[in-house]
Design a protein around this ligand. Structure first.
Ligand code: NOJ
Length: 549
């Protein structure tokens, strides 16, 4: 397998723009309405052309798909829904041929209840070594009829389910009941995962995004815990600035696991990377996940969760750069992914929207669609000027807003079911993306089929309707990625400069970047305009970013 880039083992991840492909919604080669590996492979040239460095694929492994593949039944097999192992190999080879790296999504906190380990654990019974691989406990109450503690599932309801046919015995699942949590104190779990890493690394995969990288170790004794009002289920602050410390998130023991993985990568797979999905605050603590002997990168969710406010954005940028550089890691930046409301909608919402809750047409405080897109473009132009590495989520380069009109009977997110429809969940950001304005399923696949219905209004966002139009969001992304690379903005050093009220302005790598967060246009500073996310004719319009040379 060829390795892309001139310097095969340089630290490419320090500057990379990594594009998240959500396989079921990217491109469908068969017409069954679900995206697949051949569909992705056929579209890879268009990603290479966009100017990204790597793709991260959400899970493609064998799975009953109760949580869209984050419920893995076999870490070494491809789900037939997406294709075969040969298709995966061909995809990686084609990506490398195009100079793109490929990151797979590893889900080590839990398996599917269909994984052979969980089946074996159920079959082997109480007290067996097989049950040691998961977190089984006796219930509370006289007959064990109450769950072992009060933990709640991230998707709603109790985090414990009774073992079928064994009243009084329970297993832990921080997510859906079909996703039992693994016991990472078990040596068999640890060694099997090392083998899983090797399995994919040996096939040429360039690294892993590590799911729930803050959750694999639980506090001793599994103590009761009640989150404070106002904190999102993935942790965070309670609105007063107090940091939540649940006994299932961010326990010290997780670091030992990543050190072991990193040592293996450094010794045998140089140039491959680990990127942690760790919802941990504050950023100075999150930086522990990317100490020199741990992961290479971690998602900066504090940045993603920052409101559209000049002072708040400046603060989170400063904190991020300080915290990550203190451990020698690159800052990363992200605005959207498959778990959050798309930023073309989210940044303009007026109400609170904790991560994962989702929104729909009935949600109060929905923005005007065009204003939302203008703000998203400004936010992206600001993000892509920052030093370090950035993540973009499929469809944001088209300016896609959240899908707000999904029929209830099309919804698939476990959050919707476990909260009995009280929370919409994440389906609104997972709708198959539009490629061609005048094709069936907007070119997602060869037929009209689409596992979540595409809004009719998405015709205007189709990739082919935007290509070549310099005013389009697609061309703005393309230009931003090209200029970022040419001017080496990824290597820049931010120096804040005076800005009109309501604006942020900085210099980095010889480039001036100004974002107007305010309500009125402001004068555009002197310089050659390299990129503008919106109108600069009558001054720098509200919700607009400009790059000047
Ligand atoms: C985080 C993933 O991004 C999300 O989609 C999934 O539901 C949970 N982890 C559980 O694996």
């Amino acid at each position: 397998m060829t390795v892309p880039a001139e310097h095969p083992h340089d630290e490419w991840w320090r500057r990379a723009v990594i594009y998240q492909v959500y396989p079921r919604s990217f491109a469908d080669s068969t017409g069954d309405g679900v995206g697949d590996l051949r569909g992705i492979r056929a579209r890879l040239p268009q990603l290479a052309e966009l100017g990204i460095d790597a793709v991260w694929l959400s899970p493609i492994f064998l799975s009953p798909q109760k949580d869209a593949g984050y419920d893995v039944a076999d870490y070494r097999a491809i789900d037939p829904l997406f294709g075969t192992l040969d298709d995966a190999d061909a995809l990686v080879a084609e990506a490398h041929r195009l100079g793109l790296r490929v990151i797979f999504d590893l889900v080590p906190n839990h398996t599917s209840d269909q994984h052979e380990w969980f089946r074996a654990a159920l079959a082997a019974g109480h007290g067996s070594p097989e049950r040691e691989r998961y977190i089984f406990r006796d219930g509370r109450g006289e007959r064990g009829e109450l769950p072992p503690n009060n933990w709640q599932s991230i998707f709603g309801g109790a985090a414990w389910s009774e073992v079928p046919g064994e009243p009084g015995r329970w297993y832990l699942h921080l997510f859906d009941s079909s996703q039992p949590d693994l016991n990472w104190h078990d040596p068999g779990v640890r060694s099997d995962f090392l083998d899983v890493l090797r399995f994919w690394l040996d096939r040429g995969v360039d690294g892993f995004r590590v799911d729930v990288a803050h959750g694999m170790i639980k506090a001793d004794g599994l103590p009761d815990y009640t989150p404070r009002e106002g904190t999102g289920s993935m942790g965070g602050t309670d609105g007063t600035g107090e940091i939540e410390r649940p006994p299932y998130w961010g326990q010290d023991g997780v670091h030992e696991i990543y050190r072991e993985w990193r040592a293996m990568l450094d010794a045998e797979y140089s140039g491959r990377v680990l990127c942690g999905e760790a919802w941990v605050e504050p950023i100075s603590r999150l930086a522990d996940w990317v100490r020199p002997d741990e992961m290479h990168q971690t998602f900066n969710f504090a940045y993603l969760e920052t409101a559209w406010d000049a002072a708040a954005v400046r603060r989170v940028i400063d904190e991020s750069i300080a915290a990550f550089s203190a451990v020698g890691a690159p800052s990363t930046w992200v605005l959207s992914n498959h778990d959050v409301v798309r930023h073309a909608t989210r940044l303009s919402l007026t109400g609170d929207n904790p991560q994962g809750d989702g929104i729909a047409r009935s949600t109060p405080g929905l923005p005007d669609e065009d204003q939302g897109i203008a703000r998203a473009r400004a936010a992206t132009a600001l993000m892509l000027a920052l030093p370090g590495s950035a993540y973009i989520y499929q469809g944001e380069e088209l300016g896609l807003p959240e899908a707000l009109d999904l029929p209830d009977d099309s919804r698939a997110d476990p959050t919707w079911f476990r909260t009995k429809g009280e929370k919409f969940g994440r389906d609104g950001c997972r709708v198959p993306i539009p490629w061609e304005a005048d094709a069936p399923s907007f070119g997602f696949g060869p037929t009209d089929a689409s596992w979540l219905p595409q809004p009719e209004s998405w015709r205007r966002f189709a990739r082919d309707a935007q290509a070549g139009d310099p005013a389009s969001t697609l061309e703005m992304y393309r230009a931003a990625l090209r200029i970022r690379r040419e001017r080496r903005l990824h290597d820049g050093d931010i120096e804040w400069i005076d800005a009109p009220s309501g604006c942020l302005a900085f210099r980095s790598a010889g480039t001036t970047v100004v974002t107007n967060f305010g309500d009125a246009a402001v004068p555009v500073p002197a310089g050659d305009v390299l990129l503008a996310s919106g109108s600069i004719d009558g001054g720098l319009a509200p919700d607009t970013t400009v790059w000047l040379g």
